[in-house]
Design a protein. Structure first.
Length: 50
């Protein structure tokens, strides 16, 4: 089975900022969802967020 952008969905789960100071390297998880959403938009992939 081959994956395609049209047949894929990106789901971004809400990342809470409050606990981030206690997480080592927390900047990376906060930056990546924006990059993933932009890539999904360029590929015309369905997107959802909570």
């Amino acid at each position: 089975m081959k994956l395609t952008a049209a047949g894929s969905t990106l789901l971004v789960i809400d990342l809470q900022r409050r606990p981030m100071p206690a997480i080592s390297g927390a900047e990376t998880p906060l930056a990546n969802p924006g990059r993933l959403v932009e890539a999904a938009r360029l590929l015309t992939t369905r997107q959802g967020a909570t």
